[in-house]
Design a protein around this ligand. Sequence first.
Ligand code: SAH
Ligand code: SF4
Ligand code: F3S
Length: 495
Amino acid sequence: MGKSTFSKVDFSKYFQPPSLKDARRRRREPVHIINNFSIPEEMKTIGKGKNYLIETYGCQMNEADSEVMAGILEAMGYRPTEDAALADVILVNTCAIRENAENRVFGHIGRMKPLKLEKPGLIIGLCGCMAQEETVVNKVLRTYPQVDLIFGTHNIHRLPQLLQEALFSKEMVVEVWSKEGDIVENLPVARHGHFQAWVNIMFGCDKFCTYCIVPYTRGKERSRRPEEIISEVRDLARRGYKEVTLLGQNVNAYGKDLKDLDHYGLGNLMDEIRKIGIPRVRFMTSHPKDFDDHLIEVLGKGGNLCEHIHLPVQSGNSDILKIMGRGYTRERYLDLFHKIKNTVPNAAFTTDIIVGFPNETEAQFEDTLSLVKECRFDGAYTFIYSPRAGTPAARMKDNIPMEVKKERLQRLNRLIDQYASESNAKYQDQVVEVLVEGTSRKNDQVLSGHTRTNKVVNFVGPKSLIGQLVNVKITETKMWSLDGEWQREPEVAGK
Ligand code: SAH
Ligand code: SF4
Ligand code: F3S
């Protein structure tokens, strides 16, 4: 297929391969809000009679981006399909957070070669965070000629033009911006759910934790205007949505860049969203450093603000936290944790933890275990440290042997499992409010949903309950889910 050069790429301002080094720069220029996105008339029928499939890896930010891409493709006439063999366009929205995340994507696009041979007109696109890395783009150019199009996280709104170019080009089309884009407000969104919705409140991350690739792949922190967010949530409420999750990599930095507003932060935003008639509001991800008292006070008001806080700690040792560049100590994390717990007593806490960071000693790892024992988290995502090229930590020696990393992960997971079971056991015989999201993956006679505290609840009931908030009495508790009985008689919702 001969797609091995950048020959189709115009090396002007926006047509270039990525550079992580450029992406590291934080520019002072103001972010513009763009409200005039539109799809040119002649592109609105490109997808008529054709199907698209978007495969999403990574975090909720990617899920939200995929819904925008779906919205754009549908506005171009494409219809969704779940079957790769029926697709005319397949977009793989990728995650760069750890090496194994990237390997999964490479494995997947490798396996797509036969699809392309069977259907030469098929367009395979790679987008998302991996597309922002020059090593990835070079590797795809060299070894994956089945890929037709690469674009990044900052130019999703260019999808119509890029797709058109890919359809007519014999070469791989590559357009990745290493400088963050402006905020485009009026992009079409094809939401996956009918009662749960993602709402981005900000983009990017300026924290530069030393191990993390996200500030490079997502650019500088940019907050959406509160009025835009509020009107989006109001609109979702009007359309019958039951739950919104406010999204950002570090939602506690929300508003810092909105210089014309006087200290308007996440607390202020949540206080306004609290008054909107939507039953459930969640937010993620919180960064302990920026989690302020005002937000805690607002969360204490309850109402539609759900009692679940995802508060990644990463390590329980202050020296490791310092080298990670997290900006807080073990003690400050614990203070914050207890402060939130005192104000929101029913809150469930989950966290993220990395084991085997460079030079982590056994004693430092044990500090993480002791912090977990103190916090008794409801759950945690635990990871083995993975060096990401271009980050400061990648220049440190990755000197903890893999056996030791794995052994630490196992010990940590055993503890996490124990507290997950214990925190679920407390729900025995309680009546909880569940948003019914669908049927259980294992058994379609069983309905499944989440509590306000984000616990999975399974129970038997009619499918007509899907999309509703119902009361369920918990009859059996497990490590990662609760079983219960639907309470026909609506009573005052428990927490
Ligand atoms: N913005 C969020 C995290 C986003 S990434 C926060 O600051 O908490 C999700 C999780 O992936 C991180 O919390 C961290 O635990 C993990 N992670 C990030 N980079 C990693 C790396 N290089 N190796 C292993 N785990 C990593
Ligand atoms: Fe990565 Fe840290 Fe930003 Fe989270 S806060 S996305 S871990 S740099
Ligand atoms: Fe992955 Fe990018 Fe999210 S690296 S975790 S998809 S911001």
